[in-house]
Design a protein around this ligand. Structure first.
Ligand code: FAD
Ligand code: MG
Length: 309
């Protein structure tokens, strides 16, 4: 490794600062490092998939732990001498005459010409005992990431209306034992109900009391009405927030769905600020984070290069 990680005396002026050093941020850093750009990654070390035992559906790393994937990525990225890595949490940012100033919780201050937001999203766990403990283990967010491991198993879908209907279609490809848990009155159209019945997908409207599990491996769902349902896995769409919101200071905007608004070049609505990975995309996967990060890095490099050419 070319330089000490977590070094406290790294320089303070960068071409690009990347906030978030998981898959999206590291991928951006690789493109920038290979382009000789002075790049600082600041990372708090809390990727959203950290509780999942195995990550799937990413070529060459199928079934690896999330940590193994990012460890290899970090090692490869840090071989590029213009890239520095700082463990820490960014708490604020502001515009300067030449770009941006970024401040961490340790009161370190760094300046940069361009900023890449690779901060991911923060999943909000519902107040159901066992839910957070099972997140990423048997409470899963996506059929492509973990569905295969639960094929033919007793499966629930914790969602309602169009979202549940859409997931039901996808998941019915993997298992015939499917129950939708709407956790309150269902919001399906008559047409949707007919289709679900046609595929023997049942709907339970009772509110969830608890997920009974062993180290995150679910055994059954207990409902507030006293009933219970044996399940091996449950898909869940949960609301999200952002780890940090610099929009009022820096001026970038969000979409109606709450993602950072970007164009086809990963550029936010503000010049010199890019976003990549989960914070700006509904397509939530390691592959998408790596792809959008790679593109954000390339776009930041292209702008920097053109500005000096
Ligand atoms: P993240 O990986 O979430 O990383 C964001 C990083 O930014 C974190 O390290 C965080 O600490 C840091 N950060 C945030 N704010 C700050 C700040 N203010 N200062 C400093 N650092 C900050 N995808 C797959 O392809 N296969 C799977 O099997 C799979 N399983 C998953 C399981 C679960 C439970 C979840 C939730 C997701 C899973 N995903 C999977 C999706 C995948 O994990 C994400 O799409 C991917 O992690 C997004 O990468 P990212 O870099 O955008 O964000
Ligand atoms: Mg995330």
């Amino acid at each position: 490794m070319s330089k000490t990680l977590y070094s406290s005396n790294i320089m303070n002026q960068f071409d690009v600062i990347i906030i978030g050093g998981s898959y999206a941020g590291l991928s951006a850093a690789m493109a920038l490092g290979r382009s000789l750009k002075q790049t600082l990654i600041i990372d708090a070390g809390k990727p959203c998939n950290r509780q999942t035992p195995h990550s799937h559906n990413f070529l060459t790393r199928d079934g690896e732990t999330p940590k193994a994937i990012s460890a290899i990525a970090l090692e490869q990225v840090m071989k590029y001498e213009s890239v520095s890595f700082k463990k820490g949490t960014v708490v604020s940012g502001s515009r300067t005459n030449s770009g941006y100033e970024i401040v961490t919780s340790n009161k370190d201050v760094f300046s940069t010409k361009k900023l890449i937001l690779a901060t991911g999203i923060k999943d909000e766990m519902p107040d159901i005992p066992g839910f957070a403990e099972s997140w990423g283990i048997s409470v899963i967010h996506c059929p492509y990431c973990h569905g295969y491991e639960f094929k033919t198993k007793k499966t629930g879908i914790f969602a309602n209306g169009d979202q549940a209907f859409h997931l039901a279609g996808l998941v019915s490809n993997l298992t015939n034992e499917l129950t939708i848990l709407t956790n309150g009155d269902h919001e399906f159209t008559d047409e949707q109900i007919a289709k679900l019945e046609q595929h023997s997908i049942s709907i339970v409207e009772s509110k969830l009391l608890e997920i009974v599990h062993q180290k995150g491996a679910m055994e059954r769902i207990v409902f507030k009405d006293g009933n219970a349902l044996d399940l091996d896995a449950m898909y869940a769409h949960v609301p999200f927030t952002h780890h940090i919101d610099l929009s009022s200071k820096l001026g970038y905007k969000y979409t109606e769905q709450g993602y950072i608004e970007i164009d086809a070049f990963q550029k936010t609505t503000v010049p010199n600020i890019f976003a990549c990975g989960d914070n700006s995309s509904r397509m939530r996967s390691v592959a998408n984070a790596v792809s959008t990060g790679n593109f954000a890095g390339a776009m930041a490099n292209m702008e920097l290069t053109n500005e000096n050419f």
